[in-house]
Design a protein around this ligand. Structure first.
Ligand SMILES: Nc1ncnc2c1ncn2[C@@H]1O[C@H](COP(=O)(O)OP(=O)(O)OP(=O)(O)O)[C@@H](O)[C@H]1O
Ligand SMILES: O=P(O)(O)OC[C@@]1(O)O[C@H](CO)[C@@H](O)[C@@H]1O
Length: 313
């Protein structure tokens, strides 16, 4: 079973205001609500791709009820812990100039509620996959992902972490199965600015040396790199019109895992991850299975044995 944890779920309110006027009255041309938060997005895509998943985390209020009910309507199992406040609403503003995000803080979570989550996760065993994705809210200990990875990874649980900054940096020594920083997040980890695949190479290798078992560094429309014990690989991404890239990174994680749990084939998993990320970027909600299958042939993967193998991206 693939479990996802979203500490701070959201309703993602995606609004289209083509010519946005700062300080003026703007009317939405289109508005859509989706259950959001990184782990929840991973669960939604896993389910669409036919993988079994259960979504965990903290939800509260009418917004939490919307998140839970929508997941149930999609046939996704949940085991959320109820909290007192309302789950947050995150605004995703689409204008003619691009995409702007305004994320809420979310409700506070008590020590008892954290203990309940730990208790649920304590039941995971070898063969399970645990996805820890998204920011850690201020009311929770900053080292929570590190703690959980340190406990569950040695038990044979494949722990996947999609986070940034300290939350990501501290898990690496605990042998996470997969981490997926984008090139900005990778640069932030090492205090450098990374702009191309050549510059990314040494840092990807360092993450493997520090303990990560698989690292995918995504660069939005400019391709992605996979670092693993088996080797380093570069993928091209399909070309298309970006409609809503929210959740593209989460879809990459879900696409990778859905193939990996079925086949154990690393490169096919990487290919499916990239196709799923792009299929999401090219649609208003997260990707569907059909969209992913259509993009799969466009993803080209090649080994990188020497930096000279890297294509221009
Ligand atoms: N402009 C694009 N064109 C094609 N594919 C894209 C584009 N942007 C994102 N993708 C797809 O989504 C994947 C993840 O994108 P990205 O590198 O932006 O991750 P991320 O920063 O974690 O995403 P997000 O935070 O938006 O979920 C890419 O590897 C690619 O497959
Ligand atoms: O505030 P966080 O936890 O860092 O990110 C939350 C979020 O922006 O990430 C998802 C997309 O990846 C959205 O569904 C959600 O609104």
């Amino acid at each position: 079973m693939i479990y996802t944890v979203t500490l701070n779920p959201s309703i993602d309110l995606v609004v289209n205001v083509p010519s946005f006027q700062l300080n003026g009255l703007n009317r939405m041309q289109k508005e859509q609500k989706f259950p959001g938060g990184k782990g929840i997005n991973v669960s939604r895509v896993l389910s669409r791709l036919g993988a079994e998943t259960t979504a965990l985390g903290f939800i509260g209020g009418f917004t939490g009820a919307f998140i839970r009910d929508t997941l149930h309507e999609e046939g996704i199992g949940t085991d959320f812990i109820r909290v007192d406040g309302d789950s947050r609403i995150n605004i995703k503003l689409k204008t003619e100039d691009g995409e702007t995000e305004i994320n809420g803080q979310g409700p506070s979570i008590s020590e008892e509620q954290i203990a309940l989550l730990r208790e649920k996760l304590n039941a995971l065993a070898e063969g399970d996959v645990l996805v820890l994705a998204g920011s850690i809210p201020r009311s929770l200990p900053a080292g929570l992902y590190e703690d959980l990875t340190g406990i569950l990874s040695p038990r044979g649980v494949k722990v996947v972490v999609d986070a940034s900054g300290e939350a990501l940096g501290k898990v690496i020594a605990h042998r996470p199965f997969l981490i997926k920083p984008n090139h900005h997040e990778l640069g932030e980890l090492f205090g450098v600015t990374l702009t191309n695949a050549m510059e990314i190479l040494p840092y990807g290798h360092q993450l493997l040396e520090q303990g990560a078992r698989h690292v995918i560094v995504s660069m939005a429309g400019a391709g992605a790199l996979l670092f693993a014990e088996e080797g380093t690989y570069q993928a091209t991404v399909p070309q298309g019109k970006v409609i809503n890239s929210v959740g593209a990174g989460d879809s990459l994680v879900a696409g990778f895992l859905s193939t990996y749990v079925r086949t154990g084939d690393l490169l096919e998993s990487f290919r499916c991850g990239i196709a799923a990320g792009s299929a999401t970027a090219f649609s208003s909600d997260l990707c569907t299975k059909n969209q992913v299958e259509q993009l799969l042939p466009q993803v080209k993967i090649k080994p990188v044995v020497h930096p000279i193998d890297l294509g221009a991206i």
